[in-house]
Design a binder for this molecule. Structure first.
Ligand code: ZN
Length: 373
């Protein structure tokens, strides 16, 4: 179209003529044809489908879909409701409170949940509105649902006589598939400092009962980036095969691991002297995991050899004894470390063992898989 033609084109500058008339005089037709070939290079039939208003269900889906934060959504709805109320009433009755009051937030939430319930539990809503029990095929029939005074479907339950709050006795029923439930669960998850699924579910159930809420809570926690970052999955190394001494059947205590435990305080026979320190030598059979405990009066080599002799006298001679290098002991057990590592101690033990045909193995430090126990 040339510039001159465009200047003279009424349809371009003013739109269709009926648009200038009153709304009641507008034509009822829902489609029209632009027939002037000068307006466009080609004549094209345009079908305009006019919908009177969005249906309630798509409205609520669209509304909830616009938000990523439950509390923000409630605030926005509450402001809209306040605006509508102020428009309907006398100007002097307007609310001057800048923020959103608890009652306003609660009203917004009630209205939203009511719409979601009406959309999801259509048959149940109809039955409850007519004061009838829900159908036997209903998925919420086990909750004995009821319609609360504010018009929400709540759990009937058997806790009427309880002193709990009304919300805790009769939770609001919600479907897990709706975006509102996801927003609600995410808000509770963040409010309770990234609560784990079980805690999240039990906290939610003080007021709401989400059908299939366990899976929803798990999904929300699983998809939470903060939680994933806080609990990274550690790499686990595949441990080496167990040594033969651990897996071949043998006489009990034939192969034994030994370690010290303590110190413990012993009551002295001399009343004037205070309690004194003692240790426990722990002998563990590698085959049967049987445990033999021997009291050792102090950390000297002599006392350990005495304990070893008592152990052998009770359980029989061992063929192999494993012990660590004392690296597992910290703090007060420094003495014990020096004892076990001392050449004198190791030599004395070796001599004692050689006499009895016992082979002694010192595990390398931090190599738990050598002994494994
Ligand atoms: Zn989280």
């Amino acid at each position: 179209m040339s510039a001159d033609m465009l200047l003279q084109c009424d349809l371009w500058w003013h739109g269709p003529t009926w648009l200038l008339r009153k709304e009641t005089d507008w034509p009822a037709q829902t489609s029209f044809v632009i027939e002037n070939p000068d307006v466009l290079r080609e004549s094209r039939r345009v079908n305009c489908a006019a919908t009177p208003m969005a249906s309630e269900s798509s409205f609520i889906d669209e509304l909830v879909g616009k938000f990523s934060n439950y509390q923000r959504m409630l605030r926005v709805i509450a402001f809209c409701l306040r605006f509508a109320r102020n428009c309907q009433h006398n100007t002097t009755a307007h609310s001057n409170f800048i923020g959103i009051s608890v009652d306003e937030a609660r009203e917004a939430e009630t209205r939203l949940i009511k719409l979601v319930q009406k959309q999801t539990f259509v048959d149940e809503w109809k039955s409850l509105e007519q004061m009838k029990p829900v159908s036997a095929k209903s998925r919420i029939k086990w909750f004995h649902p009821m319609l609360s005074p504010e018009g929400l479907i709540r759990i009937g339950g058997r806790l009427n006589q309880s002193h709990q709050s009304y919300d805790a006795k009769h939770q609001i029923i919600l479907p897990s598939s709706h975006a509102l439930s996801s927003l609600l669960v995410r808000s509770y998850h963040e409010k309770h400092l990234h609560a784990a699924p079980q805690l999240l579910l039990s906290t939610l159930r003080l007021r709401y009962w989400i059908i299939g809420g366990r899976n929803l809570a798990r999904t929300i926690v699983h998809n939470c980036i903060v939680c994933v970052r806080a609990r990274p999955k550690l790499l686990e190394q595949f441990m080496a095969e167990l040594p033969s001494s651990r897996v071949i059947a043998n006489r009990p205590f034939s192969t034994t691991g030994v370690d010290y435990w303590g110190p413990i305080l012993l009551k002295s026979t001399n009343r004037r002297a205070g309690p004194r320190k003692a240790y426990v030598a722990v002998f563990v059979c590698f085959c049967t995991k049987a445990v033999h405990l021997e009291l050792v009066a102090d950390l000297s080599t002599a006392k350990f050899i005495q304990a070893l002799r008592r152990f052998v006298a009770r359980r029989g001679l061992c063929s192999n004894i494993f012990s660590d290098n004392g690296r597992n002991f910290v703090g007060a057990a420094n003495e014990l470390k020096s004892l076990i590592r001392s050449k004198h101690h190791q030599q004395a033990i070796a001599e004692e063992c050689n006499e009895n045909g016992i082979k002694w193995h010192f595990n390398p430090p931090k190599a738990s898989h050598f002994g494994g126990l």
